[in-house]
Design a protein around this ligand. Structure first.
Ligand code: SF4
Length: 382
């Protein structure tokens, strides 16, 4: 089964740290919605009757879509693709959009999971990040969503904020627990080029994130998870009672997905493609029945690197038997040789045939995985 992603590239205002493609003006929302409908039509054969087991509205801010726009999008998806009855349908929402009227509207759609961008339950941290809501609004929005029957919820939190302390981070984790939510995504604050955060650091107004604080908060997060039986199933994702996010898990397990909207990415098992990250050129191309994307066919080395990168970030790890079945024997042999160093220093574990990062290795997952990468010898653009 496969997944569908829709990118809604508008936000009421930009958060300082954000490098997702989104504009702080929804002026062209009607044109964008029409283009999304048309892109779905242009991509109607993408799944070749394979059923959708997840649909994900991300952005940007999907909760800026109104009733009519949501209805049009669902009608198009329903008429174009085949959707599994149990499909997870996730909708990203900002707390300040989740008023009673909007929740009533969402209730009438097939959306069955909300991902709420809280980031922190401390007003000073929310101001620092340039978020629109305050802590009280976040808590009441979550409770309201639960009152409306949205029990499948994810909460986004950010750690490693330079003005945060270990106490304020612990308070955020305790607030998450008190709200009885079954899924948490927790991300380390990073400095992305050309974001407002990056510019503020360059001007000396903000401190740069530091690894020591980030690692300390991460360890605190892991200890909290352990104490509360909150399972870490991906480096930044945690769930109670195996309530894993279907859509995101399928990314990590390298299943097929289609991304609709500017900057959205797709993967058809053989190649990856990405739509242009500019609203007007995106709309213009779609209006001329053209898909504004570029794509790249994956080489065997790409496949290897992705398998290692995504596998090591998850609790499922990397199975040596899978590598042996799918890749050159000498690649596997080199990998086994390279892993020795990490097993000895305690960053990597070998359980039967599965390699997994230990707690000590998890914070350095990307760096460790990249040590095992193969260099591309054949690359082709489509
Ligand atoms: S709401 Fe989300 S997408 Fe929009 S600017 Fe903030 S972090 Fe970025």
């Amino acid at each position: 089964m496969a997944g569908l992603y829709l990118h809604i590239p508008f936000c009421t205002r930009k958060c300082h740290y954000c490098n997702f493609y989104s504009l702080a003006s929804a002026k062209y929302k009607p044109e964008l919605v029409q283009a999304l409908l048309k892109e779905i039509e242009l991509q109607k054969n993408y799944f070749q009757n394979e059923k959708l087991e997840s649909i994900y509205f991300g952005g940007g801010t999907p909760s800026l879509l109104n009733e009519q726009e949501l209805n049009l999008i669902f009608e198009k998806i329903n008429n174009t693709f085949s959707i599994d009855k149990q499909a997870e349908i996730t909708f990203e929402a900002n707390p300040n959009d989740l008023n009673k009227e909007y929740l009533r509207l969402l209730q009438k759609t097939p959306i069955n999971r909300l991902s709420i961008g809280v980031q922190s339950f401390h007003d000073n941290e929310l101001i620092y990040l340039n978020r629109l809501h305050n802590a009280e609004e976040a808590k009441s929005a979550i409770k309201r969503a639960q009152d409306f029957g949205f029990f499948a919820l994810n909460l986004d939190l950010i750690y490693g904020i330079p003005i945060a302390s270990s106490k304020s981070w612990q308070n955020n984790l305790e607030a998450f627990k008190a709200l009885q939510i079954d899924h948490l995504s927790a991300y380390n604050l990073t400095r992305e080029e050309n974001t407002a955060y990056d510019i503020l650091i360059k001007k000396g107004k903000y401190a740069a994130p530091n690894d020591v604080q980030g690692e300390a908060h991460f360890k605190q997060l892991l200890a909290f998870a352990k104490e509360n039986n909150l399972e870490q199933y991906e480096i930044s994702n945690f769930a109670f009672n195996q309530k894993y996010a279907v859509h995101n898990t399928n990314y990590w397990r390298r299943k097929k997905y289609l991304g609709i909207g500017p900057s959205a990415h797709s993967f058809n098992l053989l190649s990856r493609s990405w739509n242009i990250a500019q609203l007007k050129p995106y709309i213009e191309a779609i209006n001329q029945n053209q898909l504004p994307n570029e794509s790249e066919r994956l080489s065997k080395a790409d496949e290897w690197n992705e398998t290692l990168m995504t596998g090591l970030r998850t609790k499922w790890g990397v199975d040596i038997d899978y590598l042996k079945q799918n890749f050159d024997a000498d690649w596997v042999e080199t990998f086994q040789h390279q892993t020795q160093k990490y097993i000895e220093n305690g960053q990597l574990l070998l359980n039967k045939s599965v390699y997994q990062l230990s707690e000590k290795g998890l914070f350095f997952a990307d760096g460790i995985a990249s040590e095992f990468f193969r260099v591309n010898t054949t690359k082709s653009n489509e």
